[in-house]
Design a protein around this ligand. Sequence first.
Ligand SMILES: O=C(O)CCC(=O)C(=O)O
Length: 285
Amino acid sequence: MQPEDLSRHHAPVTDLAAENAFEPTIGPAAAEKFDRDGFITCVPVLSGRQVARLQVELDEMMRPECAADGRFYEFHINESGDPDAVVFHALGAWRVSPAFHDLIFLPSLVNAAAALLGGPVRLWHDQIFVKPPRHGGVVAWHQDRSYWTRTWPAAHLTCWIALDDTTTENGCVNYVPGSHRWPLLPRGELAKGMDAVRELLTDKQIAAFRPVAAELPAGYANFHHSMTLHGSFENRSDRPRRGVVVNFIRDGVLSDSDEPLLEGVPVIPAGEKLQGRFFPLLGPA
Ligand SMILES: O=C(O)CCC(=O)C(=O)O
């Protein structure tokens, strides 16, 4: 029997939300900081029980045989053999795992995203990034927008949620405050490593390149603008560094491509709105 594709359900399928006491409000101070810096950090979004449920389902999805599961849009598990590569990176967990499915509907995330994007939000896609203990992997400096030019206008937001305590030592995400106001940098060059980005920056940008490490306790989140330059160093610790990402779009974002926007998803012709089974409307509640 084929496993169920949870993208058919545009409402929670478990009681995950019942275990959430958090309802972050994006007040004027947070909104101002987001506007000034291009990110906010240390927002409590998940309880310890929710984190534990997600960790259990994540272990299931990281089995190598899951690479053949067509419900994932992307599934990379140390394919390159490069010790600096991210060890596990997958898109589409919301279609596979009940807990990861219900994560994207949590009011604690959706209402914050709607406040920061200034209107109702849809799912663009999710992502999982795992760095096992002492096993890499660098995520080179980049702006998310450089991966998303096949959609328009730029009204996207990333919510990065820690499933472990994340620190400088185990490879937390770093941000360059104010870089969301910079132009779009070329993407390919950024994949060369954490120092390559300097070759692409103007003198003024180099002077303003003062990254901050966004250390987070498990269950806490960062929200960042799609133009904010960010990246993460390798995991040098004896602890795993697991993170789950929800990428939101404001309702009304259009396709700018006649190719599938995500692997295996039917084409949305250029100029048409992202909606339907793979881009559910999430809220605000
Ligand atoms: O998990 C990481 O280290 C990188 C995350 C990232 O690049 C993103 O959320 O856009």
